[in-house]
Design a protein around this ligand. Structure first.
Ligand code: ZN
Ligand code: ZN
Ligand code: ZN
Length: 161
């Protein structure tokens, strides 16, 4: 099945869970410094947006929500720096759309292939899988994993039946 997350269609919010929580500007400033980044007005605005977002956002969503605080090119540059500094996670569910979310507690995602709704899933596979993958791959260590689940949300399922 083709994944329509790619078409950038409007995303519906179904579950409110704030990635990392809505934090004070002071905390954001401190976290940016910790990541080796100067706390410019634009960076603070972008990171605050990501931390307040109930679900992962694309760069175009962020520019729109930022109400002209930064343009697309600037947003991309800042996001790259955030990813490198461990402040933000890059999610590539589809080839032509990249989403970003503030680094929070470890979790996975369930993605509706029809309307592109994304729900955070707190459950994680047993960590023993990491060890099995490590030995199978012949790695020294496994430090993280990403695993997403695709299906139909109930609203889309009703529409199709
Ligand atoms: Zn759906
Ligand atoms: Zn998430
Ligand atoms: Zn996991």
């Amino acid at each position: 099945m083709r994944i329509s997350v790619a078409n950038g269609s409007h995303v519906e919010i179904v579950k409110m869970r704030y990635h990392g929580g809505m934090k004070e500007t002071a905390t954001i400033t401190a976290d940016l410094k910790q990541a080796g980044l100067r706390a410019t007005k634009q960076r603070v605005a972008l990171l605050a947006l990501l931390r307040g977002a109930p679900m992962p956002l694309g760069v175009e969503d962020l520019v729109r929500k930022g109400k002209n605080s930064f343009d697309t090119a600037t947003a991309y540059r800042m996001l790259e720096a955030f990813v490198e500094g461990g402040l933000v996670r890059r999610l590539a569910f589809s080839r032509d759309r990249t989403l970003y979310e503030a680094q929070g507690t470890h979790h996975h995602h369930a993605i509706c292939t029809s309307c592109a709704t994304i729900v955070d899933v707190e459950a994680c596979l047993p960590r023993t899988l990491d060890e099995r993958v490590r030995s199978t791959a012949g790695f020294a260590s496994i430090t993280d994993h990403a695993l997403e689940f695709f299906g139909l949300c109930k609203a889309c399922s009703r529409k199709q039946s």
